[in-house]
Design a protein around this ligand. Structure first.
Ligand code: BV8
Length: 248
């Protein structure tokens, strides 16, 4: 793969790199993206129709079972070469931040350390009423299960559409996007806000923005560099080219 020589020079010189990932990074682990058509029981629903508090209030069983199905799928998935490449990058960059929209826990399972989970994590469960994390509950067969503290319904610890963003993570994400030398936007359709604003925050603050995607997005025309192709192929290649010290 021949990368733009200027990009290689910029990455070699970069002290501060911020990365934003979306579902495309997990696609090569077999985790369907939000753009992929839903299948089976969920074929008639769009994710945006299930990942909302109103959908949960309307049909808690359906939403809980959708997440249970995704949790099982994710548990059986393995981090792919893109997740691993980001760990290699983290080792080589003094000031590295990984921001993810993904709730699949694959960056953490791969070994990434400094991860900002903007939209929560599907492996965690919380009480819908108290918003408190729960690790154990009685299995009475009721779906969704109930909070052992208040009897409210349990739900996944993810940020649904129309729900407020986690303040601390969002502030950190904007701060790291506004203060980096290079911003890599990988495997995201850049349609969900406020996450989709992050690459523009980087651009406005003078960072070099690189998009890695298999398709064009609303960022493509604005990014400084656009690498078209699967993250699982391009990212390892990019790391090998920039840090050709072998070690990777
Ligand atoms: C909020 C967790 C306010 C749940 C998710 C305008 C401005 C500001 C806000 C809004 C607005 N219009 C509407 C809103 C509100 C809304 C929003 O953005 N809606 C969208 C639909 C327009 N935003 C919100 O509601 C957010 N909250 O704004 O709060 C507020 C304040 C106070 C009080 C109340 C409210 C909350 C948004 C969080 C939603 N939760 N996830 C769950 O996962 O179940 S979003 C979810 O969808 C993901 O986390 C991710 O963010 C998004 C999917 O996007 P991608 O990750 O990009 O995935 P996608 O499938 O779309 O694309 C995959 C890409 O990968 C593609 O480009 C493809 O080409 C590429 N690809 C595929 N294979 C590969 C690849 N690339 C590389 N390699 C490959 N192999």
């Amino acid at each position: 793969m021949n990368f733009p020589p200027r990009l290689i020079v910029l990455l070699k010189a970069a002290e501060r790199i911020t990365v934003l990932t979306g579902a495309g990074v997990s696609a090569e682990s077999g985790v369907p993206t939000f753009r992929d058509a839903q299948t089976g029981l969920w074929a008639e629903f769009k994710p945006e129709e299930l990942a909302t508090p109103s959908a949960f209030r309307r049909n808690p069983r359906l939403v809980w079972e959708w997440y249970a199905w995704r949790r099982k799928l994710v548990a059986e998935a393995k981090p792919n070469a893109a997740h691993i490449a980001l760990i290699e990058m983290e080792k080589r960059i003094p000031d590295f931040t990984l921001i993810t929209q993904n709730v699949d826990d694959l960056h953490r399972r791969a070994g990434s350390v400094n991860v900002i989970e903007l939209h929560g994590n599907i492996t965690r469960t919380k009480c819908f009423d108290e918003n408190l994390l729960m690790t154990t509950w009685a299995d009475t067969g009721e779906v969704p299960p109930r909070c052992p503290r208040c009897g409210g319904l349990l739900r996944p610890d993810v940020v649904w559409f129309e729900e407020a963003m986690p303040e601390e993570e969002t502030a950190r994400a904007f701060g790291r996007s506004a203060n980096c030398d290079v911003f890599l936007c990988i495997g995201t359709s850049s349609v969900v806000y406020p996450a989709a604003s992050l690459p523009f925050e980087a651009l406005e603050n003078g960072a070099i923005v690189v998009e890695i995607n298999t398709e064009p997005t609303q960022l493509t025309g604005k990014a400084d560099y656009v690498l078209s192709g699967p993250a699982g192929i391009l990212l390892p290649e990019l790391i090998r080219t920039v840090w050709s010290d072998g070690g990777f």
